[in-house]
Design a protein around this ligand. Structure first.
Ligand SMILES: Cc1cc2nc3c(=O)[nH]c(=O)nc-3n(C[C@H](O)[C@H](O)[C@H](O)COP(=O)(O)OP(=O)(O)OC[C@H]3O[C@@H](n4cnc5c(N)ncnc54)[C@H](O)[C@@H]3O)c2cc1C
Length: 346
């Protein structure tokens, strides 16, 4: 067999690990550098929408998703009325998958090692000029942003439907059951000066956002302190920007979609899927690195253009109290086009 050029991947999240595994299965030498370790909790709503069977098959993801819950119905709550009926029930065209990042990332990491991949954990790579064969999948880029993401797992928290989405003042929160019987509670909040830590910080943010009924439901459940995590400076992109130098950027490093879509994980997998064939061609010596980077960038732009534009346009309506009232009025008048919106977002 022709010797393969090696690929290095910086970042062992969903994009990096799924790509690394798929390349290893094609006998490409792959090293993944990961700043953290496994298993670990991540700030994530932990429901996956829009992941097509073809992507699952191409990346060989089925064994890792086997015990994911299938969520079909979403209950939307606007403001504090979570003890009343939902403002809107939404039937998803295809089920969303409920699976913890604690399990998913760990499973992918173990499979990558078992496939002969070289996984270097606790290794942070400096962001210098990129070498040929190096792929960047380092997650969200740092920058100024007013948003904060918080998440915790809760036990004994009954939901009114498969998934709940709650809109508060400058906040939205998703409740999604995952494979181990707990409910993942994850919210995006505008930053405030609150003096609390861990679960108390999340409860404080819920109350400050006017989501008092939800805060009380959470306080009455068994919160798993070890699962609490937070992420600051969360930002979103309208399109896939061209990388500064010739480099391949995948997952959140290529573009971040607002989390209400439940589509960021799918995009991480889809970006790995998109990059796979050009990287295999590069590894075999059929193309050079510049052409590989350009091919991947153009394909990602095309694939994600519509959903990024739609999601960033809808996002402010979920946060801002005045726009939420408009949303609620449109909903009451049955003028919310949820189906076409869902199609544009996936
Ligand atoms: C509040 C919130 C809720 C969300 N909810 C959902 C949801 O319900 N459904 C959904 O599909 N998506 C959701 N998302 C988005 C989703 O979490 C991301 O889109 C997804 O994790 C992106 O995967 P990734 O592999 O690109 O990045 P990540 O999963 O972030 O992985 C990047 C990895 O790179 C490592 N790394 C970073 N820098 C370096 C470095 N210099 N050297 C080495 N390693 C490095 C990090 O440690 C990390 O492990 C949410 C996001 C937020 C903020």
């Amino acid at each position: 067999m022709t010797p393969r050029r090696p690929i290095e991947i910086v970042g062992g999240g969903l994009a990096g690990l799924s790509l690394g595994l798929a390349l290893r299965r094609a006998a490409v030498p792959v090293t993944i550098f990961e700043a953290g370790d496994y298993p670990r909790h991540r700030v994530c709503g932990e429901f996956i929408t829009g992941l097509a069977p073809a992507t699952i098959a191409r990346l060989g993801l089925a064994p890792f998703l086997a015990d994911a819950l299938h969520h079909r119905e979403v209950a939307w709550f606007i403001g504090s009325g979570a003890d009343g009926p939902p403002a809107r029930l939404q039937k998803l065209p295809s089920p969303a998958l409920g699976l913890s990042r604690h399990a998913l990332d760990h499973r992918l990491a173990e499979a990558f090692i078992a496939a002969g991949g070289d996984l270097r954990t606790r290794t942070r790579v400096a962001d210098t000029a990129s070498d040929p064969g190096r792929v960047w999948a380092t997650g969200r880029r740092r920058g100024q942003s007013p948003w904060l993401g918080l998440k915790i797992h809760a036990r004994g928290l009954a939901l009114s439907r498969d998934l709940e989405l709650h809109l508060g003042d400058f906040a939205y929160v998703g409740l999604a059951p995952v494979e181990d019987g707990s409910v993942n509670v994850c919210g995006l909040f505008r930053r405030r000066e609150l003096c609390a830590k861990g679960a108390h910080l999340l409860l404080g943010y819920l109350q400050a956002a006017g989501l008092t009924v939800l805060a009380a439901r959470l306080a009455a459940s068994a919160l798993e302190a070890a699962s609490f995590c937070a992420v600051a400076a969360v930002g979103f992109d309208r399109h896939v920007a061209a990388p500064a130098d010739h480099r391949v950027c995948l997952g959140d490093t290529c573009a971040r979609i607002p989390p209400f879509t439940g589509n960021g994980m799918s995009m991480a997998f889809q970006s790995a899927e998109t990059a796979l064939a050009p990287l295999l061609a590069y590894s075999c010596g059929a193309t050079d690195w510049t052409a590989t980077c350009q091919a991947i960038h153009h394909a990602l732009r095309r694939r994600f253009r519509l959903r990024l534009a739609t999601a960033t346009a809808v996002h402010p309506f979920l946060f801002h109290p005045t726009r939420q009232r408009l949303l609620a009025a449109l909903n009451r008048a049955h003028l919310l086009p949820l189906r076409p919106l869902y199609a544009a977002l996936h």
